[in-house]
Every structure is written in structure tokens, then in C-alpha cells.
Design a protein around this ligand. Structure first.
Ligand SMILES: C[S@@+](CC[C@H](N)C(=O)[O-])C[C@H]1O[C@@H](n2cnc3c(N)ncnc32)[C@H](O)[C@@H]1O
Length: 264
């Protein structure tokens, strides 16, 4: 079995229980030292053969899989494997070579960055959508033209920009195509790592602050009015006058909800 495991954003206790169990049982682990801190490997058995994919090509990684046809293999991906994880080609190889495989989800850096900033990304009346995107990479053809940062910026929804910290000027230019310069932004560097940093800024100051941070990798840029403190509005869901399947509507002055109860 080849398990594509989400390592989480970096803190060893932000891997899922299932991910940790797969690591503990693995005979072979392939991980990217450039994106996943070594401490996450504490979940692996000391007897596991560990390969650092930072200097490996896809072919090198596939050669490791091919060399261990009966092993329990864990391929660790940062955050959640479904986001910029490049797992598609590995899954195709598994299918072609009749190897069993699975995806074990992980905590994305998006969630860790939002936690570091201390904001809900979907604030009622402000933004109910989160765009996860990136600047077009060196392989421009992999980015559909309709999906430019500038095109999404026009919606002024909350945006999380991955893989783009090394091009501050270009990122700011695309963002100001849709967001006002005073729109709040946050640069979150190594979210959940021991040296995590959060830099609060605005779209208009983003390039300067990103450049000054020195961050080029492992940094996520969050943008949108939901990041503003005044955006902390009360969710309609918890209004006393709002009824839903699990709660009756209460009238002013009455006690809301049911008393807390112990689990059976
Ligand atoms: C190849 S992508 C992988 C994303 C990953 N699958 C996820 O769910 O977070 C790598 C990019 O994710 C972001 N990233 C990953 N881990 C991060 C962290 N701990 N803090 C901030 N950004 C992170 C950065 O934008 C980095 O360039």
C-alpha cells in the first residue's frame, strides 16, 4: 500500500491520527525536507527507510515505490495532499502498476495560517468564499488564463495565495487589479512551525512587507476584508431568534438552548 499522507502544516501534533498511524506502521517513508519539518518524522518507526525527496525527481520517487512492491510506503506531503500536492502523476503510476494506494487527508497550511492570524475567513456579510490560488508558475501553461490572481481579485472574496512569496511585486500588481489598496492582508510564514511569523499588512503595502520579510518559501498570503478586526460580526447562525434543526427559536428574555449534557 502506498499512502499519500497529509503531514499537516508543520507542527508534529497537527498531523491527523490516521496519518500518524500510517507513519508508525510504514516500512518506507518519502518526505520533502524543504516543506515538512523533520520533527514530523518522530511519528515514524526508527526502522523505517527514510528518503528525502527534496533532491529527487518524480522518477526517483517512483523508483523507490517500484523497489518495494510489498512494503507499506508513506509519501508525506505538506499540509493536505489535495492542494498543490502533485499526487496526480503518482496515483497514475500506482494505477498503471496495479499498486494499491490511498490518500490520508491533512491539515492544510490554509487552516494553520488562519489560526495564526486569529480570524475566521468566511465572515457573514463580508465574504462567504475563499479563493485558494497562486501566481502562474514557471510552467505558465499549467495555469489556465481565466484563473489569474487579478481575475479572482475582482470578486474581493477572501483569498489565500500559495507558492508566490518570491514574487512580491507581481503579486501586489495582480491583487490591486481587484482589491482596494487598504484591504487587509497577512503574510504567514511557516505557520505552526516553532519560528512562525505573522506580518499584518495591506494590499497596497504587501510587496514592500513581503520583500522585507525575506520569505520566499513556506509563506502563505491571506487577503480580504474578513481579516479586518471590525469584520468580526456576529454570525446569524447563533442569533437567539434564528431557529434551525438543532435549536428552537427563543424569544427575548427566555433561556436559549438546552443545558449541557454529558456524553453517554
Ligand atoms: C507545494 S504547496 C503545498 C500546500 C499544501 N498541500 C497545503 O495544504 O498547505 C507549498 C506552499 O504551501 C504554503 N505552505 C505550506 N506549508 C506552509 C506553512 N506551514 N506556512 C505557510 N505556508 C505554507 C506555501 O505557500 C508554500 O509555498
Amino acid at each position: 500500500m502506498i499512502s499519500f499522507v497529509g503531514a499537516g502544516p508543520g507542527a508534529p501534533d497537527l498531523i491527523t491520527l490516521r496519518g500518524a498511524a500510517r507513519l508508525a506502521a510504514a516500512d518506507v517513508v518519502v518526505w520533502a525536507s524543504s516543506l515538512v519539518p523533520e520533527r514530523v518524522l518522530e511519528h515514524a518507526s526508527p526502522d523505517a527507510a527514510v528518503h528525502d525527496s527534496a533532491s529527487m525527481t518524480l522518477e526517483d520517487v517512483l523508483a523507490v515505490y517500484a523497489a518495494h512492491p510489498d512494503a507499506r510506503i508513506v509519501r508525506l506531503h505538506s499540509g493536505d495532499p489535495s492542494l498543490y500536492g502533485a499526487i496526480g502523476e503518482q496515483i497514475s503510476w500506482c494505477v498503471e502498476h496495479e499498486r494499491s494506494w490511498e490518500i490520508v487527508p491533512g491539515v492544510s497550511s490554509l487552516a494553520a495560517a488562519a489560526a495564526a492570524v486569529g480570524r475566521e475567513l468566511t465572515v457573514p456579510g463580508v465574504s462567504q468564499s475563499v479563493v485558494l490560488t497562486r501566481l502562474a508558475g514557471r510552467t505558465q501553461s499549467s495555469m489556465p488564463a481565466r484563473e489569474s490572481v487579478a481575475a479572482f481579485a475582482a470578486h474581493q472574496a477572501t483569498m489565500a495565495v500559495f507558492l508566490s512569496a518570491a514574487r512580491p511585486g507581481e503579486l501586489q500588481r495582480e491583487l490591486v487589479a481587484g482589491y482596494a489598496p487598504d484591504t487587509p492582508a497577512a503574510i504567514v510564514i511557516r505557520a505552526s512551525w516553532p519560528d512562525e511569523r505573522v506580518i499584518r499588512t495591506t494590499v497596497g503595502e504587501l510587496a514592500r512587507d513581503l520583500e522585507a520579510s525575506g520569505a520566499t518559501m513556506t509563506a502563505l498570503v491571506l487577503v480580504g476584508d474578513a481579516l479586518a478586526p471590525e469584520a468580526e460580526r456576529r454570525s446569524h447562525l447563533y442569533e437567539p431568534t434564528f431557529a434551525h434543526t438543532f435549536r428552537r427559536r427563543s424569544t427575548p428574555g427566555s433561556t436559549t438552548g438546552r443545558p449541557a449534557r454529558r456524553r453517554a
